[in-house]
Design a protein around this ligand. Structure first.
Ligand SMILES: [Zn+2]
Length: 446
């Protein structure tokens, strides 16, 4: 009986010792450390901190607290008290190198008015990168580019030679030629040997697939992309191009190299086979059957519906030269996409925010969030799709997607309350910090 108070006292002393030790062990802040003061913080996992104080040093977050008392003595304060802080967002489906010079007589998907080397593309496309930052997106997964212009962009940004979101890139996406829709036969087995077109992701034989995957990885790709069906631009056809066996060969080759894979499928059959083959993320797919949705929930396969990109193509049909009938086709596909997202959410599938941004869509990267809310997500769940879930898609859940100690200092100040109104995120971004550097500041002058 006498032992109990003694133990309690020992425990108290131990706790006191720990508190003392943790104070003593807090890493010394550099002279560049700053305290960001916000009205509140809405974190990627839904946690809310009122009167938030975020201590940033170098490119990382040191601590998150509340009130002026959380500001260490001598640390400069950045006054953002009119705004709500959210984590820098993650757009898991972009095509950053798709840039159009608007030369008269050209179309966005054409060659444009001037021929450009990959290095020149990487230079002009930095405009897309800057517009993306302005939406509060500080990290992207870029899913398909020519000439490794995506790798050039990523490396220039990482070296500090250009300002843009952190990029994780795919190089050439793997694709397979099929006759145009209507004439397309079902996905057929490939011949045993093909041609070196696989260097650029063009698959003509099953044996090409591991080579094509390895070529992208060796060239510096972070992630592998496969086009598993037709469908792009105004073409909303859903014909599966790669068979289950071919998708499986790509998934296995990617995973053997420690890479994740994203499979594009506009249709349900390609989506089902991509999920069965073990893709990490499924892009676009509509009309997924219940068994596939259940398998995605079970396996943790992410669905990236990219609903908004067909709104974009319909809105910009004049630039693309699409007919009114094609625009109606885009609208019809978008409705099926929204309905599939609704069913996926109900089935417990994890979703991530992907815009599929190309050309003039940069700067609209987060409009997808409005559709995720229409599909049944709460604003906080939509924010999670754009933060915590995007980080998980990239395998970076311990470094990005949250405002927490040790995470990259990717922090966005928005006007309004993202917990109740997703528009605060979509159109309320006023200030963006990426890796401790302020990259966007649109605050009105005081
Ligand atoms: Zn895409």
């Amino acid at each position: 009986m006498n032992a109990r108070p003694a133990v309690t006292l020992a425990a108290l002393l131990a706790i006191a010792g720990c508190i003392h030790a943790s104070r003593a062990m807090r890493p010394a802040l550099s002279p560049n450390a700053r305290a960001l003061r916000f009205a509140k913080l809405v974190d990627g996992d839904g946690r809310v901190t009122q009167d938030a104080t975020i201590i940033v040093d170098g490119d990382r977050i040191v601590s998150v607290g509340s009130g002026d008392g959380a500001v260490p003595s001598g640390v400069a304060v950045v006054d953002l008290h009119r705004y709500t802080a959210i984590p820098g967002m993650i757009d898991v489906h972009t095509h950053m190198t798709y840039w159009w010079d608007h030369a008269p007589g050209t179309k966005p998907f054409g060659p444009g008015g001037t021929r450009r080397t990959p290095s020149e593309v990487a230079t002009v496309a930095m405009a897309n990168a800057r517009l993306t930052l302005e939406t509060g997106v500080t990290t992207v997964r870029d899913l398909g580019a020519s000439g490794y212009a995506d790798i050039l962009m990523r490396d220039r940004i990482n070296r500090g030679e250009a300002v843009g979101p952190r990029m994780f890139v795919a190089g050439y996406g793997l694709s397979k030629s099929v006759p145009r829709p209507n004439a397309a036969p079902p996905a057929s087995a490939l011949p045993a040997s093909g041609s070196p077109a696989w260097l650029r992701g063009r698959i003509t034989a099953l044996a090409d697939i591991p080579l094509a995957v390895k070529t992208q990885a060796d060239s510096g790709a972070d992630v592998i992309k496969m086009y598993g069906s037709t469908g792009t631009g105004a073409d909303t056809s859903t014909t599966q191009t790669f068979s289950y066996e071919e998708m499986k060969a790509a998934v296995d080759a990617a995973h053997a190299l420690g890479k994740r894979i994203a499979i594009h499928s506009y249709g349900a059959n390609g989506g089902r086979d991509a999920v069965r083959a073990g893709t990490n993320t499924l892009e676009h797919a509509v009309d997924l059957d219940d068994a596939t949705l259940a398998q995605m929930a079970r396996q943790g396969t992410f669905y990236v519906p990219t609903i908004d990109h067909n709104r974009y193509y319909a809105d910009y049909r004049a630039d693309y030269g699409y007919t009114d009938e094609q625009a109606r086709g885009l609208d019809a596909y978008r409705a099926r996409n929204l309905e599939t997202a609704r069913r996926a959410i109900k089935a417990g599938v994890k979703l991530a925010m992907g815009s599929d941004a190309v050309h003039m869509m940069f700067g609209q990267n987060t409009r997808e969030l409005g559709f995720l809310v229409q599909a049944g997500m709460t604003p906080l769940d939509a924010l999670r799709a754009a933060t915590v879930n995007g980080a998980e898609v990239l395998g970076l859940a311990d470094r990005i997607g949250r405002v927490a100690p040790g995470y990259f200092a990717d922090i966005v100040a928005v006007d309004g309350d993202p917990a109740t109104d997703i528009n605060a995120v979509v159109s309320g971004v006023r200030w963006v910090m990426k890796g401790g550097a302020v990259v966007v500041d649109k605050r009105p002058a005081p």
